[in-house]
Design a binder for this molecule. Structure first.
Ligand SMILES: N[C@@H](CCC(=O)N[C@@H](CS)C(=O)NCC(=O)O)C(=O)O
Length: 217
């Protein structure tokens, strides 16, 4: 198969790429990587030295594409079904990329910091770092909330890169900073969860969800 996705079903950034692939109905070989297995980690690091997933291997173009946003940009460029993930209008494309950056850099990054802290031994935890990460998520919510319409998707009728980024960020961050105080974002997350591409990624993650460290609060 021409496209291979290195991923793990529970990984939030992998959801972002999976949602784009499912939206565009692009055929690919999913290659699940267990980073806890030293041999699998080493093999994956030979593909991408940072050993962070998702990574897309496009054999036909002899390209190894890391970083979820760049994977989606790559799909939009080369897969006709994925073209609409980046709006054709240049101004709309910029706003899409801005939302993608806000979701990743504030909400998603803040959440990753909280999760990483929880995975540390108790005597190595950093409460101040966690408070800063929670503030980062709150700041992300504050900036993004006014930009999300009351219906449809982040950019209106078209489902875009911004929505692919939004789902994993909001889904997981909701465990750290509940969206109950943000009805607009909570309603947007509910619409996202009902989207077939998203529902499929979430269903595939379900057997692994027991390993998400914030699942019990
Ligand atoms: N900026 C990267 C972030 C990728 C990332 O942080 N992936 C996580 C999983 S959600 C990972 O590979 N973690 C494994 C590790 O850090 O060892 C992207 O957008 O793809």
């Amino acid at each position: 198969m021409a496209l291979t996705l290195y991923y793990h079903p529970l990984s939030s950034y992998c959801w972002k790429a999976l949602i784009a692939l499912y939206e565009a109905d692009v055929a690919f070989e999913p290659r699940s990587v267990n980073l806890g297995d030293p041999a699998e980690r080493a093999a994956f690091a030979a593909v991408w030295p940072l050993a962070k997933f998702p990574v897309l291997r496009d054999e036909a173009r002899d390209r190894t594409v890391p970083e979820s946003t760049i994977i989606i940009e790559h799909l939009a460029q080369h897969q006709p079904g994925a073209a609409s993930l980046i709006p054709a209008d240049a101004d709309a494309a910029l706003r899409t990329r801005l939302l993608d950056r806000l979701f990743d850099s504030y909400v998603h990054d803040g959440l990753q910091r909280v999760v990483a802290d929880r995975l540390r031994p108790e005597d190595r935890r950093d409460p101040m770092g966690v408070e800063q990460a929670l503030d980062k998520i709150r700041g992300g919510y504050e900036a993004i909330a006014p930009m999300i319409p009351d219906a449809g998707w982040a950019m209106g009728e078209a489902f875009t890169l911004a929505d692919c980024a939004a789902l994993p960020a909001l889904y997981y961050a909701d465990y750290a900073v509940p969206l109950s105080g943000r009805p607009g974002l909570a309603a947007y997350l509910a619409r996202l969860k009902a989207r077939p591409s998203v529902a499929r990624a979430l269903a595939e993650a379900e057997p692994f969800f027991q390993y998400f460290p914030l699942k019990d609060g």
